[in-house]
Design a protein around this ligand. Structure first.
Ligand SMILES: NC(=O)c1ccc[n+]([C@@H]2O[C@H](COP(=O)([O-])OP(=O)(O)OC[C@H]3O[C@@H](n4cnc5c(N)ncnc54)[C@H](OP(=O)(O)O)[C@@H]3O)[C@@H](O)[C@H]2O)c1
Length: 345
């Protein structure tokens, strides 16, 4: 059976879940190939984890803060790891830094230049250098997966890119970031913004810098990546009119409630007949006729509006690191293993 070697950049919540899933699903052999960890990197450096179980990796990471503390595993550079096998996919689960591109940017450029497909959970490289990465992939016969970076676990990219091809997609809108909507639910329940942020911090559901969620940036990044992938890879971040939930007060919540509405942070992308784009994130009131109104904790949704196929809504029930890792591994399978004949090219 064909072996696909994963170079895992980042061994935090998501990276660790990738290692666990690979073991739990026996390398996804039933999907037509065997996925294996070829290298694991954290801030301390990289190792070849061959013969090391996920549990041992996790133990070493928890005990000593870095996978490089495993004395039995040889140390590796990114260059060596990417070069070891042609059947290699880079999986970037490192931190998101949208300004610089973060730790995943240089390795992902290198991987794509070498013709290695690359899958992102981190949004950083795709926000900072989408066009450049897409060009490198095209030039070298590699592919890019981004499902884990655009609002997991919704298959928004697959729907937008494949499912609605030629259907005349004019607009998509949705909840791409559950944290802000949990904040709005908390405000509805009478908590203050600070109390809600503190609660999210304790639960580990808010970014280290809460402004990324509260001010709408996380949703804006995801919206931008979807619009770039589906419509125009060159769309700049400045296209997104980004507003968050920080300004929403009790009077807004009460006013919406009096009209039987709820306020939710919506991310919306539109393309008009002239080809002009309008992208925004904004707290908006929605009524019971809107699928967004009904989303509960942990749920996300995207509503796609098309000229020829009408309105198509996708809705998800589960988030978290394991679902994120599952999305990244789905991308690995989709970029590296020929799918069913129904989609053979
Ligand atoms: N958590 C989720 O549910 C979720 C959902 C969707 C998308 N994401 C995205 O997925 C990514 C990972 O999330 P997470 O929750 O796993 O974050 P995390 O727990 O903070 O893990 C980030 C990892 O990146 C590593 N890292 C940082 N700088 C590095 C460098 N220079 N070289 C190699 N590794 C480096 C860190 O190393 P150390 O361990 O040594 O610090 C850590 O292992 C983020 O970009 C996040 O935005 C997460």
């Amino acid at each position: 059976m064909r072996r696909i070697s994963l170079v895992l950049l980042g061994f935090g919540n998501v990276g660790q879940a990738v290692a666990s899933l690979l073991e739990d699903y026996d390398g996804y052999r039933t999907e037509g190939a065997r996925l294996e960890l070829g290298a694991v990197f954290d801030r301390g450096g990289g190792i070849d984890p061959s013969g090391v179980s996920a549990a041992e990796l996790l133990r070493a990471k928890r005990a000593n803060g870095t996978v490089t503390s495993l004395s039995t595993a040889p140390r590796l550079s990114v260059e060596d790891a990417l070069g070891a096998s042609e059947d290699t996919v880079l999986v970037d689960t490192s931190i998101t830094d949208a300004e610089t591109g973060g730790p995943g940017l240089a390795p992902s450029k290198r991987a794509l230049d070498m013709g290695r497909s690359t899958v992102f959970a981190s949004k950083g490289p795709l926000v900072a250098a989408f066009d450049d990465l897409a060009e490198r992939a095209k030039a070298n016969g590699a592919r890019i997966g981004a499902s884990a970076a655009v609002g997991i676990p919704l298959p928004s990219l697959e729907v937008g890119l494949l499912g609605l091809r030629g259907a005349g997609l004019t607009r998509f809108r949705g909840v791409l970031n559950d944290t802000t909507n949990q904040i709005l639910r908390d405000l509805e329940a009478g908590l203050s913004l600070d109390e809600s942020i503190e609660r999210a911090r304790i639960e580990g559901t808010i970014e280290e810098d809460p402004r990324l969620d509260v001010d709408g940036w996380d949703a804006a990044y995801k919206l931008l990546l979807l619009a770039r992938a589906i419509w125009d890879p060159a769309l700049p971040l400045s296209t997104v009119d980004t507003k968050g939930v920080g300004e929403v007060g009790k009077s807004d919540i009460d006013e919406a409630r009096s009209r039987r509405k709820r306020i939710r942070l919506l991310a919306t992308a539109e393309r008009d007949d002239s080809g002009a784009f309008r992208l925004k994130t904004e707290a908006e009131s929605v009524g019971a006729e809107d699928p967004i109104y009904h989303l509960g904790p942990g749920e996300k949704a995207v509503v796609f509006e098309t000229r020829e196929m009408g309105v198509i809504t996708i809705r998800s029930s589960k988030g978290g690191p394991r679902a994120t890792a599952a999305c990244a591994l789905k991308d690995v399978l989709n970029v590296a293993v020929a799918p069913s004949p129904f989609y053979a090219s």
